[in-house]
Write a protein that binds this ligand. Structure first.
Ligand code: FO1
Length: 317
């Protein structure tokens, strides 16, 4: 029996988590606990959005829009058109009708006094997800991006409006230093046999999870193996803007540099092993030198079977 915890962001995290669910079901192992990034969250038009949580929820529920990579399959935009007509919300940001149902349910429950952890528990009841989902924290620690020229934007504005074209100088999660891991997060890490770091954005997806005080300590103390999967294949990001984020924090877009950024647990970092794509096999030697085990494997998550194969490789790393 292998108890697995996954640290995950949105799109890459969802594809990876589908593989985790499949691999564990095949082995007859218990359901994994997925600790979701909430650094992408925002308030818009009076509702609370949790893009990474929802990407995971929709993908595991089988109701996600696989083309766009976010939101619900077959969604319509009638309410969004009304919001635009009122000049409410952001003109560049689409709130689908079905997706808005999730945001309204979540916001209502939050307003009634439930915590984000409790709300996610309720949202998780609708579809058989096959994993236990936890937010990284119950605190609101939305990501801000400081860009050249000194402007400060919400991460979602920087990404969806400017497509990461404004050069970032810093990513911040105001208030994160006073946040605590959500109930169950530290215990799940302590009880795990393997903690998997999904191939999500190391800066704005995994970064905020690791920045919640207590999470790094839990990773350092656990007897679980901590295995990361490189989000870089052939020296490039698969999708999204991780390359721009990495450059902003002075990290090269390469499998070895991201491994060094996370660091080996034996040297005060978080990883015991790092899955490197076949295309980056040459990086394995320098990853080993960091004090973690490099494992070369095919890392393209073409479908759930491919993701499950990556998870198998990570579990036996
Ligand atoms: N991404 C976009 O590029 N444009 C959008 O209008 C947009 C709306 C949106 C609404 C709800 C939601 O959960 C996600 C949404 N996303 C949108 C995706 C999101 O901005 C990012 O891709 C992730 O936060 C990055 O992980």
């Amino acid at each position: 029996m292998t108890r697995v915890v996954v640290l995950a962001g949105g799109v890459g995290g969802s594809k990876f988590t589908l593989g985790v669910r499949e691999a564990l079901a095949r082995r007859g192992d218990p359901e994994a606990t997925v600790i979701a990034n909430t650094g992408d969250d925002l308030w818009l038009s009076g509702v609370r959005l949790q893009p990474d949580v929802d990407s995971l929820l929709y993908a595991l529920g089988g109701v996600n829009d696989t083309e766009r990579g976010w939101g619900r399959a077959g969604d319509t935009e009638r309410v969004n058109a009304e919001l635009q007509a009122w000049g409410a919300g952001w003109p560049w940001f689409t709130l689908g009708d079905l997706d808005l149902g999730t945001h309204l349910a979540r916001t209502g429950w939050l307003r009634e006094g439930r915590t984000p952890t409790e709300v996610l528990g309720r949202l998780s009841e609708r579809w058989p997800l096959g994993v236990r989902m936890l937010p990284m924290t119950d605190a609101e620690v939305d990501t801000h991006v400081l860009v050249e020229g000194g402007e400060r934007l919400h991460f979602q504005e920087w990404w969806t409006r400017h497509r990461a074209a404004l050069v970032p100088t810093r990513f911040e999660n105001p208030g994160i230093e006073d946040a605590r891991p959500a109930p169950g997060v530290e215990q799940a890490i302590a009880d795990a046999d393997v903690v998997l770091v999904a191939p999500s954005n190391p800066v704005v997806s995994i970064g905020p999870i690791l920045a919640v005080p207590g999470v790094r300590e839990a990773l350092s103390a656990t007897s679980a193996r901590v295995v990361g999967v490189s989000p870089i294949i052939g020296g490039r990001v698969v999708r999204g803007m991780a390359d721009v984020c990495l450059t902003a924090i002075g990290v090269e877009t390469s499998a070895a540099a991201v491994a060094a950024h996370y660091g080996a647990r034996s040297a005060g970092g978080v990883l015991d092993a790092w899955l490197v794509a076949e295309e980056d096999a040459a990086a394995a030697a320098s990853v080993d030198l960091l004090g973690m085990r490099a494992v070369v494997a095919p890392l393209w998550m073409r479908d759930t079977a491919a993701s499950a194969a990556i998870v198998e490789a990570a579990l036996s790393a």
